[in-house]
Design a protein around this ligand. Structure first.
Ligand SMILES: Nc1nc2c(ncn2[C@@H]2O[C@H](COP(=O)(O)OP(=O)(O)OP(=O)(O)O)[C@@H](O)[C@H]2O)c(=O)[nH]1
Ligand SMILES: [Zn+2]
Length: 370
């Protein structure tokens, strides 16, 4: 990279960090990306998010995208990096503004907008920092694509690559409050709300039955699905699974046991509602649920199950009977120190709109579905 192209070259890699704690710096970086402001990860050039970028004068010849996106643009091949969410540095023939860079980031523009190529893939000496940048974009719910060292990109928020681990640390989670919550399945349900200082996603647990019964509870980890949970979307099985889990727990409570639904704010397997809806658009073009995430340059699975283990710990639960068809959930809870005494299958009837989705979960994601 030529020195003249680096704004603030004197500070490259040694940008002054604020006095904030590491997890707060990561939170500020997520906030910055969501707002369209640049970030500066120590050891890497300034990065401006292409989707949200608020810098009309910004221009850059280099862009940071994901492997999957680079494959679509025919800039790399699968052998170079196995995961679609791995970072790739590309260079355009001439500097691009944000409008010209957007089609590089957004697969929904593939057909309607010609790319300002040609692009060349370049060596990426700051790979770890680039991985952190793409992960911060995922957490912010934006497309994982950046202008690299843009001119006129604006004042960046500084952080270190290691700050992300502190931000994601489940130990930061605490119980914020509890309340009685009569629900359709049980008039005696209770709700517990959790939060952590920097990660703004607030998880909740719904508890049915008496915890002091001494029985191992029936537990369901339910990942947020706005479309399925609220609008009863037929594209997935989330809504019926949630309803059936609550009914099963009410039955359990009626028999002297108890159950808990942990409602995890990890919409779209962790990519956020907007990127999930982008994935739905790609699914309408024939891609399956995993390919669609990949084409967006996002992980196929980005949920954080250790946070669920932490919720159980805060509730005083060390062993569960887990309602799931997903062996990864069992493995993740056990890895985080929770004993899973039994996996309770949780399969609901398919419909014409979700049959292919369920087949993909069974055939490609290893879910134990018949
Ligand atoms: N990215 C993406 N997320 C989806 C899609 N369909 C459902 N989801 C999300 O997937 C999550 C539910 O995960 P599933 O894979 O259906 O089920 P699971 O929780 O892993 O497994 P079970 O415990 O067996 O139900 C929710 O966060 C949904 O929002 C999709 O097509 N794309
Ligand atoms: Zn769903």
């Amino acid at each position: 990279m030529g020195k003249a192209e680096r704004p603030c070259a004197d500070h490259y890699g040694v940008r002054a960090l604020s006095g904030a704690s590491p997890s707060r710096r990561a939170a500020q970086a997520v906030d910055a990306l969501r707002h369209g402001w640049p970030i500066a990860i120590a050891g890497a050039p300034v990065l401006l998010p292409i989707e949200t970028g608020l810098a009309p004068q910004a221009k850059a010849a280099r862009l940071l995208i994901s492997t999957a996106r680079a494959e679509t643009l025919r800039l790399t091949n699968q052998r170079e990096a196995a995961r679609g969410s791995d970072p790739v540095l590309i260079r355009a023939g001439e500097p691009l503004d944000l409008a010209a860079a957007l089609p590089v980031a957004d697969p929904s523009l593939d057909l309607q907008t010609p790319l300002k190529g040609p692009f060349l893939a370049e060596a990426l000496p700051w790979r770890q920092e680039a991985e952190v940048a793409l992960e911060l974009a995922r957490i912010a719910g934006i497309l994982p694509a950046f202008m690299v060292a843009p001119e006129h990109g604006g004042e960046p928020v500084a952080l270190e690559a290691g700050d992300l681990a502190e931000f994601a640390d489940p130990e930061a989670l605490t119980i914020a409050t509890r309340a009685r919550l009569p629900i359709h399945a049980s008039e005696h349900a209770r709700i517990i709300a959790f939060r952590s200082a920097d990660d703004l996603r607030e998880h909740v647990a719904l508890v049915l039955g008496e915890q002091d019964s001494g029985k191992v509870p029936l537990v369901r980890l339910h990942s947020e699905c706005l479309t399925g949970d609220v609008f009863s979307s037929l594209k997935c099985d989330c809504g019926p699974q949630l309803d059936a889990a609550l009914v099963a727990m009410a039955d359990e409570a009626a028999q002297g046991g108890w159950g808990a639904v942990l409602y995890l704010r990890q919409e779209g397997r962790g990519i956020g509602i907007i990127n999930k809806l982008r994935a739905y658009h790609l699914q309408d073009d024939g891609h399956d649920t995993l390919e669609a995430n990949r084409r967006l340059g996002l992980p196929e699975e980005a949920r954080d199950f250790p946070v669920a283990a932490r919720m159980l710990e805060l509730m005083g639960v060390s062993a569960v009977r887990l309602m799931t068809n997903n062996p990864e959930k069992v493995a993740a809870l056990e890895a985080a120190g929770v004993t899973v005494t039994e996996r309770v299958p949780h399969q609901l009837p398919a419909n014409p709109h979700n049959a292919h989705y369920l087949d993909t979960k069974r055939d490609k994601a290893g879910h134990l579905l018949r």
